[in-house]
Write a protein that binds this ligand. Structure first.
Ligand SMILES: Nc1nc2c(ncn2[C@@H]2O[C@H](COP(=O)(O)OP(=O)(O)O)[C@@H](O)[C@H]2O)c(=O)[nH]1
Ligand SMILES: [Mg+2]
Length: 455
């Protein structure tokens, strides 16, 4: 992609809604000449009431529209801007955009409005990233986490840590000029305590990062097992609809079937694949299906190993057992078809380390939900208001956390002030990168290229 323009000398335009027939479409314009361009393309209807900054009128020769104008400093981007709500016809949108370009606008790159908002200090970089998270949220919980960060929640959460770093750094730097003055035990204790509390806040963020990432990015849960174990039936039961083909003959599922289920706010892609058996014994099409199943094992965040409870011949599972051992993801054993078992069979030992279910009667399905959720959220401590949602964010918080602890240790054992100061500067820079206070073109390109055009 083209590198994003950091100079903001021009005026950009884009449709903020998809190119589909709809009731309304919104077209946004932002930049130095926005209000002059508005005068060229939009004429307010005479005698029509003007609502605050919104006006009804014509985009001359194309459509009737509502125009909302924002003076410099008051818009999403912080620049002069206006938005046209036109009729949602792709042709109308196309013609209005043409007209705007004739009047001097340039088509915006993906995320360019939000980039300008960051550059003009209307929001920090994490808030901008969260705009993207909010737009693509696949569960209510994901949307709520994203919205808190859109409102600057992460920046506010980090404020005490930033203040602590600045305080201690000031102290250290002041002392560099007066090396003979002693810090004093009391003052040193206070600084050590402040740094400990600041590090605890960062640790709290790191503890929640896995959950945050899963809420936004979702998780893949693989249904794994021998042919005929009941994988496709379970998929259908969990979804409450007939999504995958089910048959009593083994080898029915060949392709990968994927469906979305929201579990505890986490968008879970349930993945149903061919039953796994040793490829040598499977015929060609089935072998291709098994190959795909192997690939899915590598990608999965958790694996449900389905075992037909009416067929507990352990030797049949040996090959699967050897495969499972090569995989990082957590595995949960699920014994299926328990409706076919006599009560005494339930007491048999092979069922001890798994969940017993029947897709036919629904027995054990609630327990299965709970256990899958536990697999996915095992490292995430409790529900927390503010969560990191991106790997980029986690990396910077990790750097800040480590450096802060090193700085604290250095102060504690009486290392030179310069050592303490240098670690603190690393921590501060990491937080600056996190919030976009220090701008790096590559990082910006990466972040904003994920955005929709028009946002
Ligand atoms: N009685 C009973 N039969 C089941 C259950 N789950 C699956 N089956 C049957 O087992 C056979 C294989 O199921 P299927 O879901 O296609 O297995 P897959 O090969 O692992 O996808 C089908 O005849 C299903 O109707 C269950 O909970 N109870
Ligand atoms: Mg199947």
């Amino acid at each position: 992609m083209i590198a994003l323009d950091l100079h903001q000398n021009d005026t950009i335009c884009a449709a903020a809604t998809p190119a589909l027939p709809s009731a309304l479409a919104v077209i946004r314009v932002s930049g130095r000449d926005a209000l002059a361009i508005k005068e060229q393309v939009f004429s307010p209807k005479k005698g029509v009431q003007k609502f605050f900054v919104a006006t009804f009128g014509d985009v001359t020769g194309i459509d009737e529209a509502v125009c909302v104008a924002y003076p410099h400093g008051k818009s999403y981007t912080g620049e002069a801007a206006f938005e046209l709500s036109v009729h949602g016809s792709p042709i109308v949108v196309q013609e209005v955009l043409k007209k705007l370009q004739d009047a001097g606008c340039r088509m915006a790159e993906p995320g360019e409005f939000s980039l300008r908002a960051v550059l003009n200090h209307k929001m920090d970089l994490c808030a901008a990233e969260s705009v993207c998270d909010l737009i693509s949220a696949r569960s209510k919980e994901a949307a709520q986490v994203a919205l808190r960060n859109v409102k600057g929640g992460l920046g506010k959460f980090l404020q005490p840590t930033r203040s602590c770093i600045v305080d201690v750094l000031c102290e250290m730097e002041a002392r560099l000029d007066f090396p003979d003055e002693d810090l004093g035990e009391k003052q040193k204790e206070r600084l050590l305590l402040d740094m400990e509390n600041a590090a605890k806040l960062l640790q709290k963020l790191l503890d929640g990062a896995e959950l945050g990432q899963k809420l936004i990015e979702g998780a893949r849960v693989l249904l794994f097992g021998l042919p005929n174990a009941g994988k496709s039936t379970l998929l259908n039961t969990l979804l409450g609809q007939e999504r995958a083909l089910v048959h009593h003959l083994p080898g029915t599922t060949r392709d990968v079937v994927e469906a979305l289920l929201v579990l505890g706010g986490i968008p879970v892609s349930l993945v149903d694949v061919a039953g796994i058996r040793d490829v040598q014994i499977a015929e060609t099409v089935e072998a291709l299906g098994i190959e795909k199943a192997h690939n899915e094992m590598e990608r999965a965040d958790a694996i449900l190993w389905l075992i037909d409870a009416t067929d507990t011949d352990a030797a049949k599972q040996t090959y699967l057992e050897s495969l499972i051992q090569t995989i990082q993801a957590p595995v949960l054993k699920v014994f299926t078809k328990t409706d076919l078992l006599a009560t005494k069979d339930f007491l048999k030992s092979p069922f001890e380390d798994g969940v017993l279910i029947s897709a036919k009667t629904g027995a054990g399905i609630k327990e299965l939900h709970a256990q899958v959720l536990q697999l996915l959220r095992k490292d995430a401590s409790g529900q927390q208001e503010i969560l990191l949602t991106r790997e980029r964010q986690k990396v910077q918080v990790q750097i800040a956390h480590e450096s802060l602890l090193l700085a604290r240790k250095a102060l504690q054992i009486g290392e030179a002030d310069e050592v303490v100061a240098s670690e603190l500067r690393v921590a501060g820079e990491a937080l600056d990168k996190l919030l976009g206070k220090s701008i790096n073109q590559d990082v910006l390109d990466l972040i904003f290229s994920r955005f929709c055009i028009g946002k």
